[in-house]
Design a protein around this ligand. Structure first.
Ligand code: DI6
Ligand code: FE
Length: 401
């Protein structure tokens, strides 16, 4: 394929060394979907005469964005429950009216695979419209083997219908369905573990996740699921320390987790465990905001320990009905005090690393995927600074404009 040359742009390569890895007056050469060269225009090697040249008019180029934690596939939504609560209904009244996570489980079970796809597409389109090229999607609302597998099939189908890469996580250990009340250990064995083996044998699982919390599953229960994942050679990640400190992040790090997510209640030992294992901390400001959480994740301690920090939408119908990575960046800065550079790193290189793809994508370096976002802004801090504004000019996948 003809080499593609993109020139006359500022390039935030997100390669370590200088702020944003910035190259002013930059150029990038892509060939066969990969970055062949990137650097200052005046140092660009002479290209084959057949190269196609694109003038980007001085715009900003960044890696295409990555959403490394979503529950994009699910049935229905919880807008009515949201409205009931704001009209003064108690938690119990909401629950009695069929609200909460079980309502999403019911709607997900009732939906066909195609209906789940149809409902997820507008949410995916919102992410793509802001420059996303890679999106992680979890199961976790089916809570039976068949319905969890249906969710993952729907997630995989999305990538056939839109120009985007999707990776899937098995999250059967998300909540206990009513038919397993008081039988959580049995659920872990019969659905979370046996189902994982089935889903994996169908090629539907890229990673294994869980919700480790008093209202969900214990570290000991999650460890059983992770042992099964490890036996299958699958990477693991965990929703940990979101509402309390159970030591889930440290347990996951002990299994070499690629990420630990939420982490508002993470303590010093947890930070040290993530650092030692090279586990990425994924912060989810949309859930913090929606739940009116006040406990801040230990951002400074994570920085001091050198733990990479990713940020993601956590797009889900309950605690984070958020489908904007740009707003996520702004929330991470305003709520968690991430710098604009950290916010952009959080939806590019750190997010790629959180998906085990840090060597393949997430920054603009020779050999990596030529998945790019071109923005109508002069300064990369603008991406984080603005609220409710989308300056995406073009998304470029595999080096094709
Ligand atoms: N953490 C959350 O905040 C959500 N799941 C999770 O693991 C809640 C999901 C929901 O309420 O639907
Ligand atoms: Fe989540």
């Amino acid at each position: 394929m003809t080499a593609q040359v993109f020139r006359n742009c500022r390039i935030a390569t997100m390669v370590a060394g200088s702020p944003y890895g910035m190259v002013d007056q930059g150029a990038l050469v892509a060939e066969n979907g990969r970055i062949k060269w990137v650097g200052p225009s005046n140092q660009m090697p002479a290209q084959a005469a057949s190269a196609e040249i694109h003038d980007l008019g001085g715009r900003l180029m960044t890696p295409a964005l990555i959403d490394c934690h979503t529950h994009l596939v699910h049935g229905g939504n919880r807008a009515r429950e949201f409205e009931m609560r704001l009209n003064g209904a108690s938690y119990e009244e909401v629950a009695r009216a069929g609200g909460g996570i079980v309502s999403t489980m019911t709607a997900t079970r009732e939906a066909t695979e195609d209906q789940l796809v149809t409902q997820a597409l507008p949410r995916l389109d919102a992410l793509i419209a802001e420059g996303a090229a890679l999106v992680e999607v979890k199961s976790g609302y089916g809570l039976s083997i068949a319905d969890e597998i249906k969710m993952l099939r729907a997630a995989r189908k999305l990538a056939q219908l839109r120009p985007v890469r999707i990776v899937t996580s098995w999250l059967a250990a998300h909540a206990l369905p009513p038919e397993y009340r008081d039988r959580a250990d049995q659920y872990i064995q019969e659905v979370a573990i046996d189902g994982l083996r089935q889903a994996h044998s169908q090629g539907l699982v890229d990673a294994v996740d869980g919700f480790c919390e008093n209202i969900a599953f214990s570290p000991a229960q999650m460890a059983l699921v992770f042992q099964a994942a490890q036996d299958l050679g699958l990477p693991i990640k965990l929703h940990a320390e979101q509402l309390s400190n159970l030591g889930g992040a440290a347990m996951a790090a002990g299994f070499g987790a690629i990420s630990a997510d939420h982490l508002e209640y993470l303590d010093g030992d947890g930070v040290a465990a993530l650092a030692a294992a090279g586990t990425v901390a994924v912060l989810l400001p949309g859930a913090f905001y929606t739940l009116h959480e006040t406990q801040m994740p230990p951002v400074q301690a994570l920085r001091d320990a050198g733990v990479p920090i990713a940020i993601a939408t956590d797009a889900n119908p309950g605690s984070s009905p958020l489908t904007s990575l740009l707003l996520t960046m702004n929330m991470a800065a305003t709520l968690f005090r991430l710098t604009p550079q950290e916010a952009l790193f959080g939806v590019t290189q750190a997010a790629a690393t959180a998906l085990g793809q840090g060597d393949d994508t997430g920054s603009l370096a020779i050999g990596k995927r030529a998945d790019l976002a071109i923005w109508d802004v002069a300064d990369p801090a603008e991406l984080t600074y603005r609220i409710g504004f989308n300056p995406l000019y073009r998304r470029i996948l595999k080096g094709v404009m």
